[in-house]
Design a binder for this molecule. Sequence first.
Ligand SMILES: [Zn+2]
Ligand SMILES: [Zn+2]
Length: 154
Amino acid sequence: MQILAKCPKCDAGLPVAAVKAPSAITCGGCGRDIPLSVSEALKSDRGVDRCPVCEGSDFYIRKDFDPKIGLAVVIIGALTSAAFYWFGRDLVAYSILGGAALIDLVVYGRLRDLTVCYRCHTEFRGAYARTAAPFDLHTADLLEPEYERRIRRR
Ligand SMILES: [Zn+2]
Ligand SMILES: [Zn+2]
């Protein structure tokens, strides 16, 4: 499993392989030491049970979506359909636009889910079974301020 630990101070993302994770990492952005307690389930890629950064156990899943890819598909689709439109082939233009939207959907649907920690936004990627629920704003509203109060006291 691949962990993207989020620095509590500057929010930089720090990639760590769960199997050989050290007991602490140093943030490349601000130099802060971040202690990691990686659970057995994380190391063996069985599931996400406890966050190694904030030790919270509340997670949500979201699509591992790269907005740049989606945008590129939309732009290419729009450009080609504009070219056909220019030459008076409206029908071809519209079907290309529709096709681009379809490709976007397929790309989006094939993306893997990743698990995210509600409190510190650390991300977990791997072959493990996704058990977390989708993002819930109410839960985030409760947990994020709680974590922020806690790291300010440290
Ligand atoms: Zn940092
Ligand atoms: Zn966390």
